[in-house]
Design a protein around this ligand. Structure first.
Ligand SMILES: [Zn+2]
Length: 252
């Protein structure tokens, strides 16, 4: 299994980060992508990946954080890309749900980071919320490849993203009882275009017998179980296809 979206360098994991990573092999986690959300966390992701075999990193500034950008942040970000094991630009995009940064700033820095991804020939991890149409307008100005992290849109959105050659990120939300419509939409996406993720420490999946708490990469298992049911294939089949998908997109 792979977890293509986690934030293990957050303070939530200060007490047991190493233990979690040390257990990956035993739990069947082949690799995890540690995703940056501002300049500092991107640097942390890069360092974390360089010191841990099963960790890769993505660098980028999340729409919530772009309001605080100063000076030559884009060239600093670019300098991080020279480090080994940086496999993507992300998470970047638009978030018109929480609107924590002015929308014009969100659009501008999204555009800038897409240009950087194009220049570096790296795939992109997209964070888009309540702004799929607006985001696609900006994305279409660039040659993009990547994954729409924690996809939660309409059937039309899914089709448009697939037509753009993107992957659909499936995580905890797809396991929730109320997410019936989302699951129906996901079942129309070819399994070869789905990436599995947790967004740890967020989005703990709905499971029987485990109380809602901090999410961890090992719980990506519950996402694979939902996919196996949806596609009516074995867990092993979902595991091998989604692992292969991630390797293809991130060039591993
Ligand atoms: Zn995230």
């Amino acid at each position: 299994m792979v977890d293509t979206h986690a934030h293990l360098t957050m303070k939530d994991f200060d007490k047991d980060r190493e233990e979690i990573v040390n257990n990956f092999e035993e739990e069947g986690i082949e690799f995890v992508i540690e995703v940056g959300y501002n300049v500092e966390s991107s640097k942390r992701a890069v360092d974390f990946a360089s010191s841990h075999e099963r960790i890769y990193s993505a660098i980028g500034v999340h729409p919530h954080e772009v309001k605080d950008l100063r000076g030559d942040w884009l060239s600093i970000l670019e300098s991080f890309s020279k480090e080994k094991k940086v496999v993507a630009i992300g998470e970047i995009g638009l978030d018109y749900f929480r609107d924590l940064s002015p929308r014009s700033t969100q659009r501008e820095s999204f555009d800038d980071q897409l240009a950087l991804a194009e220049k570096l020939d790296l795939p992109v991890i997209f964070h888009i919320r309540d702004a799929y149409i607006e985001a696609r307008e900006i994305m279409k100005k660039h040659k993009v490849r990547g994954v729409v992290h924690s996809f939660n849109g309409t059937l039309e959105d899914a089709k448009d993203f697939l037509n753009m050659g993107l992957y659909i990120g499936v995580g905890g939300i797809a396991t929730y009882k109320k997410s019936e419509v989302l699951r129906e939409i996901i079942s129309t996406v070819p399994l070869t275009r789905i990436l599995t993720e947790t967004d740890s420490p967020y989005l703990f999946p709905a499971t029987k017998g485990i109380r809602k708490r901090r999410n961890e990469p090992k719980y990506v298992r519950f996402v694979l179980e939902v996919l196996a049911t949806l596609f009516d294939v074995s867990f092993e089949n979902v595991e091998s296809v989604t692992t292969q998908n991630a390797k293809e997109l991130f060039g591993l």
